[in-house]
Write a protein that binds this ligand. Structure first.
Ligand code: CMC
Length: 426
């Protein structure tokens, strides 16, 4: 990296010289690593101005609305690639040739069987448990199976973990769904695509031949690609933090699933669909827009706004096109789509949203597509988790490849100063 210098002066003391780091696409970041030793820490709750690591995986330009996986623009990947090829690119940095692709696909399908003990764990849950809660517990439970046999310090073991997780995440996810409906579990087939297998495992019946609908398969594949990685978001930062102690990767993934579940992160797709249903008709939109702008109302426009994008989320654009395709193909009612489009239009012309640079994000249209496919809203974030698994593992691998440094942020202490203890219960 080309290093320039910045100077920091605090209360007229001797200036502190800091390196200015440059990313490969020009971002400038102050290297503050030497500050702690000089008695200063930086204060940045929510990490709005802090880079926690360096990474070669994904690039976002939030002002321009650009998203690149290993340098490749997201729209090109969504239109011309498939999810497993994107997984290869995210994990290994380059596009695979045909031979490499088939080898990779084979090494994923090799792990298409889940340990039987995991079934018993699932059967302990109430049938009406939220599938994200079940998925979180099941991924964590994989650590009970793959612990002694896996050494996080060995590259080959990390690679094996990546393939195991890619193979087993959709199996566990579909089991959560089938369990909640009292249906028998279905295992994936080697002759189906990754997305085709998700549809097959969720919706087929053991006694009937299942034909994968190619339009829905392609739409789901695109959704997986669009959600595959998004640099240092909350769940990816979680896996880096948990993994930085050298923890078992399956418990790291469980932590990432937990983080993703929140409505400000992956849970927004479920929350967005519920919001669109609550709005119901275009006539009600102004009322909800008013509520979103009211500081005394906790309501927020779900699927709108982003910490990094201050422009249209490039994933939302692709998602909107897929949404049209799927609804046209299925010939279903388009009431929610109408509400969503009108809501988007009105918000994008409203000074509150314009001034704050709030645009639709990836979750604004995804719920409508998933619902049209027959996927229940409680499973939306689970689909997101399947897709994001590769991003989580790619970051976990990258962190290990570069050498672990345990995550240990500092704080600004605002509590009591020293005082003497006198027990009040004596
Ligand atoms: N509706 C109404 N107002 C909003 C919204 C919204 N969706 N998002 C942000 N604002 C306002 C917020 O009230 C604040 O206004 P003011 O400056 O007057 O106090 C301003 O915009 C900045 O908001 P913030 O909360 O400081 O921004 P943030 O970067 O901390 O939050 C966010 C980002 C995504 C959590 C937030 O925009 C939000 O809650 N959006 C709705 C939930 C959502 O769609 N989440 C999915 C994100 S994309 C998927 C993913 O990456 O996981």
């Amino acid at each position: 990296m080309d290093k320039k210098k910045a100077t920091l002066t605090v209360d007229g003391t001797v200036p502190i010289e800091l390196d200015v780091l440059r990313g490969s696409l020009g971002q400038k970041e102050l290297d503050i690593r030497t500050l702690g030793a000089q008695g200063y820490f930086t204060f940045d709750p929510g990490f709005t101005s802090t880079a926690s690591c360096q990474s070669k995986i994904t690039y976002i330009d939030g002002d321009q609305g650009v998203l690149l996986y290993r340098g490749f623009p997201i729209d090109q990947l969504a239109l011309n690639s498939n999810y497993l090829e994107v997984c290869y690119i995210l994990l290994y940095g380059e596009t695979p040739n045909l031979d490499q692709f088939y080898k990779f696909q084979g090494s994923v399908t090799n792990h298409f069987v889940l340990h039987e003990q995991i079934h018993h764990i699932l059967r302990g849950f109430c049938r009406n448990s939220h599938p994200m809660a079940m998925l979180c517990a099941m991924t964590g439970a994989l650590a009970t199976i793959y612990h002694d046999s896996m050494d996080v310090n060995r590259k080959t073991h990390r690679d094996l973990t990546a393939k195991r997780l890619l193979a087993q995440m959709p199996i566990m996810a579909s089991m959560c769904y089938r369990y909640s409906r009292g249906k028998p579990f279905i295992y994936p087939r080697n002759d189906f695509s990754y997305a085709g297998n998700i549809l097959y495992m969720m919706f087929s019946s053991p006694s009937d031949k299942y034909v994968v609908n190619p339009i829905l398969e392609r739409a789901l594949d695109c959704i997986l690609i669009l959600h595959a990685d998004h640099e240092q978001n909350a769940s990816t930062s979680t896996i880096r933090t948990v993994g930085s102690s050298g923890a078992n990767p399956f418990s790291c993934i469980a932590a990432a699933v937990a983080s993703l579940w929140g409505p400000s992160h992956g849970g927004a797709n479920e929350a967005c669909l519920l919001m669109l249903e609550e709005i119901g008709t275009v006539e009600n939109i102004p009322l909800f827009l008013q509520r979103a702008k009211d500081k005394n109302d906790s309501f927020r426009l779900m699927g709108f706004g982003h910490r990094v994008y201050k422009n249209y989320d490039p994933r939302a654009m692709v998602m909107r096109d897929i949404c049209h395709e799927v609804l046209n193909h299925l010939e279903v009612k388009k009431d929610l789509m109408e509400v969503a489009m009108k809501l988007e239009y009105l918000a994008l012309h409203d000074s509150y949203f314009i001034e704050r640079k709030l645009y639709p994000n990836v979750d604004f249209y995804s719920g409508i597509i998933l619902q049209a496919m027959g996927i229940p809203s409680s499973m939306f974030t689970v689909i997101f988790a399947i897709a994001r698994t590769v991003g989580w593992i790619a970051h976990w691998k990258e962190m290990h490849d570069e050498g672990l440094k345990i995550a240990r942020p500092r704080q600004l202490y605002t509590g009591y100063t020293r005082r003497n203890f006198n027990s009040k219960i004596k």
